[in-house]
Design a protein around this ligand. Structure first.
Ligand code: 8X3
Length: 250
């Protein structure tokens, strides 16, 4: 295969697992993130199999996004698959006491960051008449749960953007798919609870949460279907989870 995938938030969690799974499927990679070290480690791990470029930038900065993508060497410039994964939850507070910095972070990263990266890469897909875009949403983009307010709003925005992309890119040879995970054991809760490891750990206790690899597998499946098949929208939960708030714990 001679396809290149660009994965944002590739230094950990779902992004990292997706990069690894895509390399196994033969995709060359552009791995993106804010911190260089984990990306360098990942590159070392994967570069025997496929070509790997690192792009270090913060999706919150449109200037950084533009500069980074423009800096790609010629042979990695054509991105066949964009995985919009970078995103996080910050805080879990009722609306009346929400932290404004947390709100900014979630809207800037989860919504605006996804848009900045997409805006840089979609025109060349349109020009070539081919491409795949996978947006990582969340169960929080399908329903709202107590104290999930702004995180949920940001993921509802991702849901709307995925639908909007599918409409605007219709007829242009580009597939747009969304995957909306429920509880996946990553550093997601550690970030949400600002390093409170005990509280973060308890989110995944008493049942079998999804692993990042579970989501990565599905992404590889989505993008390796025949060209006329677009898996548009998936909600993926651990078997123990029925909704945002209903999780069967032993
Ligand atoms: C992550 C899942 O349920 O914590 O997006 O919002 S949840």
């Amino acid at each position: 295969m001679n396809k290149t995938a660009l994965v944002t938030g590739a230094s950990s969690g779902i992004g990292k697992a997706t990069a690894i799974a895509l390399a196994e499927a033969g995709f060359n990679l552009v791995i993106c993130g804010r911190r260089k070290e984990p990306l360098t480690d990942l590159k070392t791990q994967l570069q025997e199999k496929v070509k790997v470029e690192i792009l270090q930038f913060d999706v919150r900065s449109k200037e950084e996004v533009k500069k980074a993508i423009e800096s790609l060497p010629k042979e990695s410039k054509n991105i066949d698959l964009l995985v919009n994964n970078a995103g996080n939850a910050h805080g879990l507070d009722p609306i009346q006491s929400g932290n404004l910095e947390d709100w900014d972070a979630m809207i800037d990263i989860n919504v605006k960051g996804l848009l900045y990266v997409s805006r840089e890469l979609i025109p060349q897909m349109v020009e070539r008449g081919s491409g795949d875009i996978i947006n990582i949403g969340s169960i929080a983009g399908k329903e709202v749960y107590p104290n999930g307010n702004v995180y949920s709003a940001s993921k509802h925005a991702v849901d709307a953007i995925s639908k909007g992309m599918r409409i605007d890119l219709n007829g242009k040879g580009i597939r747009v798919g969304a995957i909306n995970p429920g509880l996946v054991e990553t550093n997601f809760s550690e970030v949400r609870f600002k390093g409170d490891s005990e509280r973060a750990k308890s989110v995944y206790e008493g049942y079998r949460a999804l692993k990042p690899e579970d989501i990565a597998d599905i992404i590889v499946f989505m993008v390796t279907r025949p060209a006329h098949v677009n898996i548009a929208d998936l909600l993926v939960l651990p078997t123990a989870q029925a909704s945002s708030t209903i999780v069967h714990k032993e």
